[in-house]
Design a protein around this ligand. Structure first.
Ligand code: CTP
Length: 395
């Protein structure tokens, strides 16, 4: 039997990037041979095995055939007579269909090296269309390798897949998984560009897609539409190495503010999150940013009561990290320094110094007044801080 390194590991190595996982293809073996050598099977009928020592994945060379719409409808054929070329032919992109033999030589039947050099994402064969997840993958790879372009015929193929309803058959978990990974890449806007170019964004996130048809606030210097503006914001979250929930909140924050009928942005964010099963932490941050972004931007003009009310609405005393994440997201909405973020962070620190235990102890006989008294003490603390700051901080 022969063993080849394949897929992302070969691609990333050729691009001079660090390699995380290595996938191997085994040609000329059977499951029995693999088991006899100590490999452990993954799953029941899939021809993938884990190396007994390294635990890396070794798959028998296989061909695949689509049997049903969506992401699980596959039958495969793995046998000792499946060649490396056949296995590479079932893969999505030419740059992912290069193999490296154990002697270091490259096997590249579909022009992957040339496409790496030309920075092109090109489908290996029409069977690309058998797996709609590949549309999301191409978009995600574009966010990771921003200089790469989608080969025109590949884009046409993806458009046909979208028109055939393939994207609608994707399971929500997979959509979120790929979008989340793309959001964490260096230029997430490229992912959305690719999804728009093939029409997939209108199917997956129609609420976001419409932003490209909405004119941005007339005062916006660059005269860009709301979609382009959102992309600048999301790329800023990537430049600042923000967490996923912050990137997602920034992506969602423009929803529902444009268009002929003003649909509530909150409702739209809720709909998106329910549809693609966005995890709670990302959803909650997106909703909070949507709700509070204007108040946060106005923070420097708020009285102490307004600041404390904002902190309480955001549950900032119990979930302070989430509040700080929202401030970070809010800061990314601007292309200039954003003083309200640091200001509110300080206000939170000041308000937190109120010892609610002491306040509660003093009101043991009137427990129904505790919450109000704690709030009043926090307002007093923030008021004193504001006064002190107004006087130049000379306490
Ligand atoms: N592959 C494919 N179609 C898919 C998923 C995977 O053709 N829907 C093939 C590609 O050849 C890919 C390889 O299987 O390179 C390994 O897949 P995976 O590990 O999921 O992705 P990578 O390309 O390695 O990318 P990443 O760096 O994101 O893991």
């Amino acid at each position: 039997m022969e063993i080849y390194t394949v897929g992302g590991a070969v691609r990333d190595e050729l691009l001079g990037l660090p390699v995380k996982d290595r996938d191997y293809v085994v040609v000329g073996a059977t499951p029995e041979v693999m088991l006899a050598q100590g490999f452990r099977p993954v799953g029941k009928d899939f021809p993938v095995f884990l190396h007994p020592r390294t635990h890396e994945e070794y798959a028998l060379a296989r061909t695949e055939r689509k049997t049903a719409p969506g992401y699980k409808g596959f039958a495969f054929h793995a046998a000792a007579d499946v060649t490396l070329e056949q296995d590479l032919a079932r893969r999505d992109l030419t740059v992912n269909a290069i193999a490296r033999a154990t002697d270091g030589s490259l096997i590249d039947p579909y022009g992957g090296l040339r496409d790496l050099q030309d920075k092109l994402f090109r489908h290996v064969s029409p069977s690309f269309a058998e797996d709609p997840v590949r549309i999301l993958r191409v978009a995600r790879f574009a966010a990771r390798f921003p200089a790469f372009k989608v080969f025109p015929a590949t884009n046409v193929l993806m458009q046909e897949m979208v028109a055939a309803g393939e994207v609608d058959a994707l399971v929500p978990e997979r959509v979120w998984q790929e979008l989340a990974r793309g959001l964490m890449e260096q230029q997430p806007s490229r992912m959305f560009e690719v999804l728009r170019a093939c029409g997939a964004l209108a199917r997956i996130l129609p609420e976001l897609d419409t932003l490209w048809h909405a004119t941005q606030n007339a005062s916006h210097a660059d005269c860009i539409n709301a979609g382009q503006h959102t992309m600048q914001i999301v790329d800023r979250t990537a430049q600042q190495a923000c967490d996923l929930s912050i990137r997602f909140a920034a992506l969602m924050r423009g929803l529902g503010r444009h268009g002929p009928q003003l649909v509530s942005g909150t409702k739209q964010v809720e709909a998106v999150c329910a549809r693609i099963k966005v995890p709670n932490d990302s959803r909650d941050l997106a909703l909070m940013l949507m709700r509070e972004q204007e108040q946060v931007a106005q923070a420097l003009n708020l009285p102490a009561t307004g600041i404390v009310a904002l902190l309480m609405r955001c549950d900032a005393f119990r979930k302070s990290q989430r509040f700080l994440d929202m401030l970070r997201a809010a800061a990314c909405l601007n292309d200039a320094p954003f003083p309200p973020a640091g200001y509110l962070e300080q206000a939170l620190q000041v308000a937190r110094q109120v010892d609610s235990g002491v306040v509660a102890a003093a009101l043991q006989d009137r427990p129904q007044q505790i919450a109000q008294a704690v709030q009043a003490a926090r307002i007093n603390a923030v008021d004193a801080w504001l006064l002190n700051s107004a006087n130049g901080g000379a306490a």
